[in-house]
Design a protein around this ligand. Structure first.
Ligand code: RIB
Length: 310
């Protein structure tokens, strides 16, 4: 039977403008295009896992408004289950203001998490069974942290493998981190959480040791152009970046995490699953947007085969 993935995290509507360059503070630049669409790190990772073929459920919180409707319409069009969705009658669906530089594909983001900052204890209890029945729980930090800690504890006590993508980076309590099986920061998030400035393999190794010392069992650090560092505490490996023409890097980390956990759920080991995540992330940056840019299983499998064989 397929292993079940539950993603607990944010949905926000992405309001994305593209321009030939970023403005400097106080400046207005003319944009080339604007598009609203489904985003939020939790939702993006769930979409990435679902499109990669993972048996995926998303737990997130929407407002009762037009932005919440965009989310529901998108999930229904994708064929994703919506029974994990929570609704908030008082707070609006979150939104992210995103600027994309058309020359480089880089982005700048300000996110207001709205209803996702208001997940209550009762909300978590209402989704307890879903969480306890998962094989993998994938979480981020774009949601209120007391709810996050509660969800991690429920999963850990039920023997679910907990994967934390600590984005956006915020300090995390030792007792919560000790319940995490796999942590997947990028280099800046790793620096915030460990105090180690990650610039190369040696510093990635040092940051990973700091996570392992706090009780995390396996560490993946995404290093942008330098690739992906992985360790299970005994073996370590630096997996190279796959060269592609980047159109929009927004959501690349989300694509990595969704592909990575899906590969784990299919029985790949940590290192091969990171290679699968690497392929998922590489494909996602070749097209604009976040959730709509997530690649499907056949494309990821084909790139994996071309890049790594097997
Ligand atoms: O990781 C990318 C996501 O971060 C965007 O979709 C935006 O919603 C922000 O939350």
């Amino acid at each position: 039977m397929a292993k079940r993935i539950v993603v607990f995290g944010s949905y926000v509507t992405d309001l994305t403008g593209r321009a030939s360059r970023f403005p400097v503070p106080g400046e207005t630049v003319l944009g080339a295009s604007f598009r609203p669409g489904p985003g939020g790190k939790g939702s993006n990772q769930a979409v990435a896992a679902f499109r990669a073929g993972g048996d995926t459920a998303l737990v997130t919180k929407l407002g009762c408004d037009d932005f919440g409707r965009i989310a529901r319409d998108f999930y229904e069009a994708e064929g994703m289950a919506t029974d994990g969705l929570l609704e908030d009658e008082q707070h609006e669906t979150g939104a992210a203001l995103i600027m994309v530089n058309e020359q480089t594909g880089q982005n700048m983001i300000m996110v207001v998490i709205g209803a996702c900052g208001c997940v209550t204890e009762a909300d978590v209890e209402a989704r307890r069974a879903l969480i306890e029945q998962a094989d993998y729980l994938l979480v981020q930090m774009e949601i209120n942290l007391d709810a996050l800690a509660r969800v991690i504890r429920i999963a850990h006590e039920a023997g679910v493998c907990v994967v934390l993508n600590p984005a956006p980076a915020q300090p995390i309590a030792d007792d919560v981190l000790a319940m995490v099986d796999i942590v997947t920061p990028n280099e800046t998030e790793a620096a915030v959480l460990t105090g180690v400035q990650v610039t190369d393999l040696a510093s990635a190794h040092s940051a990973a040791q700091a996570f392992l010392a706090r009780g995390v069992r396996r560490v993946i650090i995404t290093l942008g152009s330098q690739g992906v560092y992985c360790t299970d505490g005994e073996r370590e490996e630096l997996i190279g970046r796959i060269p592609v023409k980047a159109v929009d890097t927004t959501g690349a980390g989300d694509a990595f995490n969704g592909g990575f956990v899906t590969a784990l759920s299919r029985g790949m080991d940590l290192f091969d699953a990171a290679r699968y995540g690497n392929c998922t992330g590489a494909l996602s940056v070749t097209r604009p947007g976040t959730a709509p840019a997530m690649p499907r299983r056949d494309e990821i499998d084909a790139l994996y085969q071309r890049t790594y064989g097997g």
